[in-house]
Design a protein around this ligand. Structure first.
Ligand code: SAM
Length: 484
């Protein structure tokens, strides 16, 4: 196989009009996959059926779709093989993801939608929903030197390679690294691959961006075959702990780290305490965004099903897994995102934790930046400086009230961002604090607005100031207001 074969193949895909178009059949629902099959016409349709839907296709139709040279290239690189009776198949998948110049073709193994039976121990997905979660956080902001730790098919490394100066992709799986290199060739992109666990392959090096859709699944040591794509082989949640704790040492000042994580929760009243403990002495501003919590049984059942195990044997596996989790003394498993920005030597880092409400969208890169800016601004701000600040909103906010029926009184007041900023969450507060916030437009100080509201509402000025200051801290840390 050679780079020329991949280039020939990519050229044939373009000629056939089989280019990334914003959809992603690899992650589509069964219904959408059937619809795509019904719609699959002409040359691009043959390629969709073969590479994305996992069907055997007529060899002559594929020859027509790709042309003789590209068909030979497809065979040479191993994405097409004979299936007998004049038909051919793709042993894996080629997923199309993204759109236009940011789109990618991604080779990987067949997933549950296209394979028969459970996933193998050395399985490498083209991409998963978790891959897209990490991509949503990063967008196209990965510039400078980028590290993709646990690269799998290379999806993040390749997305980054369009804008970064240098991308290093690491993995313990030689198969994953080979697939990353092949995907780089197919997309005409440049990525350096290195083999090794955690930060071993980049010891002593620093990056502007470190990202990892890590093998974060908390698996019992006795789970049988290790599924390397999701199990790092470390006890409990210590792989994610070491990954998170190693970020600062591998980031340049101002560098960003993005990690998807699962962690032990021992006390459901403090569900982020464990992760916060990993970060407390680290020179980073950290935003921990919890997205979900699962009890041991649901967690075990979810991951057993995710690997394609079914039937009584699967139930047995899940039961043993859940029992092991309970023996570890956990109350639940936390799942979420950890985003950090390396601070300089002038100050210590600060940590902000939020838990997303159901249906809250993922933040995009600019929103994460605003949250980091807010965390940094607050870390230097005492009460007096906040009272003297002239804050102003930087996102559109609305007030939502719940009225106690028959009384005309509002029970709760909630600050709700416009849909574009729904990822920043909602803030519950009280009427006086909200009135102060509403008056802040960059001219008045917090104290001036609080005194005016207290006078109008006939309330104690200090109490209103204190409540408004608490609210201000909240909206600044959520990237909704800036202090100025
Ligand atoms: C969940 S997959 C993510 C793949 C890809 N980054 C994505 O987003 O689709 C995790 C990857 O981490 C790799 N991995 C497993 N254990 C590792 C370790 N100890 N150090 C580094 N990578 C590891 C796996 O081989 C797998 O490719």
């Amino acid at each position: 196989m050679s780079g020329r074969d991949y280039a020939r193949l990519a050229e044939a895909f373009r000629r056939a009009g089989w280019v990334p178009d914003g959809g992603c059949l690899a992650l589509a629902s069964p219904g959408e996959r059937v619809r795509a099959d019904l719609d699959a016409r002409a040359h691009a349709g043959v390629l969709t059926r073969l590479f994305e839907l996992g069907h055997d296709v007529d060899a002559a139709a594929l020859r027509e779709a790709l042309g003789e040279d590209a068909l030979a290239a497809a065979r040479a690189v191993g994405v097409v093989e004979d299936a007998g009776a004049g038909r051919v198949r793709c042993p894996g998948v080629i997923a199309r993801v993204g759109k236009g110049p940011d789109g990618l073709w991604l080779m990987g193994d067949r997933d549950l939608a296209t394979s028969r039976g459970a996933l193998g121990g050395d399985h490498v997905s083209a991409l998963t929903h978790a891959s897209l979660t990490l991509h949503r956080l990063l967008g196209t902001t990965a510039r400078g030197r980028v590290l993709d730790l646990g690269c799998g098919s290379g999806v993040h490394a390749l997305w980054a390679a369009r804008h970064a100066t240098h991308v290093v992709a690491t993995d313990v799986s030689e198969r994953a690294l080979a697939i990353t290199r092949a995907n780089a060739r197919l997309n005409g992109l440049d990525v350096e691959t290195r083999s090794g666990s955690l930060y071993e392959p980049v010891a002593g090096e620093r990056f502007d961006v470190v990202c990892s859709n890590a093998p974060f699944v908390i698996t019992p040591p006795s789970a049988g075959e290790r599924l390397v794509y999701r199990d790092a082989g470390f006890p409990g949640d210590t792989f994610v702990r070491d990954l998170v704790r190693g970020l600062a040492d591998h980031l340049n000042e101002g560098g960003r780290g993005y990690v998807l994580a699962n962690w032990f929760i021992t006390d459901t009243d403090a569900p982020s305490a464990g992760v916060e403990g990993w970060l407390t002495d680290q020179p980073v501003d950290a935003w921990i965004l919890g997205r979900d919590q699962m009890d041991a049984a649901s967690y075990a059942a979810h991951w057993v099903r995710d690997a394609g195990y079914e039937g009584p044997h699967a139930h047995e596996r899940a039961r043993a897994w859940a029992r092991w989790l309970e023996e570890q003394g956990i109350a639940a498993i936390g799942m979420g995102i950890i985003a950090v920005r390396r601070v300089g030597s002038a100050r210590r880092g600060a940590i902000r934790t939020d838990w997303a409400h159901a249906g809250q969208p993922l933040p995009h890169p600019e929103q994460i930046e605003r949250v980091w800016d807010g965390i940094a601004a607050l870390s230097d701000a005492d009460d007096a400086s906040l009272d003297a600040a002239r804050p102003r909103p930087i996102v559109e906010l609305k007030e939502s009230r719940v009225l106690a029926l028959g009384t005309g009184r509002a029970d709760t007041h909630t600050l709700v961002p416009a849909p574009a900023d729904a990822a920043l969450g909602q803030v519950v507060t009280n009427a006086p604090a909200l009135a102060v916030l509403g008056a802040l437009d960059g001219d008045l100080t917090l104290r001036q607005a609080a005194v005016a509201v207290a006078t109008l509402m006939d309330l104690d000025a200090q109490a209103v100031t204190d409540a408004a200051r608490d609210l201000l801290r909240e909206v600044v840390a959520r990237g909704m207001y800036v202090l100025d």
